[in-house]
Unconditional design. Structure first.
Length: 165
């Protein structure tokens, strides 16, 4: 490793402090949002993640691999989550036409009701615990930063060939 690489890779104390603060904020926000979602809607955050993905998909259905890709989950996690949700009639599986081994996961009417109810309480919680604390300029800056980081990480996973399962 060259001196330039070592210098470029080294983080300053303020950068470490910022990173730790960001990670603590993200974890605390995740816990708060999950708790409030569960209290208000009786579905878990993973249920919500799957349902909101299906709700916005064409035909309100996706292949399991696409759910995994959208959520950053491994195939086994998607499979277990979908099985739990099928047992509660929130989603259903259907065979794929033209692909004997493939299936679609679709949202059921009960799943649609659950996600619509959860969206109301979740958006209120997001507003109270996050967006109300930011100015319009900070929201725009956060969006720009997030887009830039996502662009870099997406390029990285594509180069490594590990973006999908």
């Amino acid at each position: 490793m060259t001196e330039a690489t070592t210098t470029a890779a080294a983080m300053t104390q303020p950068e470490w402090d910022t990173w730790r603060s960001f990670m603590a904020m993200r974890r605390a926000l995740d816990v708060t949002l999950e708790r409030e979602l569960k209290q208000a809607s009786e579905i878990s955050a993973p249920d919500f993640d799957v349902l909101i993905s299906l709700f916005g998909a064409p035909g309100k259905q996706l292949r399991p691999g696409e759910i995994g890709q959208r959520l950053g989950w491994e195939k086994s996690r998607v499979s277990h989550q979908v099985s739990r949700m099928m047992a509660r009639a929130l989603v259903e599986k259907q065979d794929c036409d033209g692909d004997a081994r493939g299936t679609w996961v679709g949202i059921t009417p009960a799943g649609s009701r659950a996600v619509l109810g959860a969206m109301r309480s979740h958006s209120t919680s997001l507003r109270q615990n996050f967006f109300d604390l930011l100015t319009d300029d900070e929201v725009a800056m956060l969006r720009a930063i997030s887009d830039r980081v996502l662009e870099r990480t997406n390029r990285s996973c594509e180069a490594a060939g590990d973006c999908t399962e």
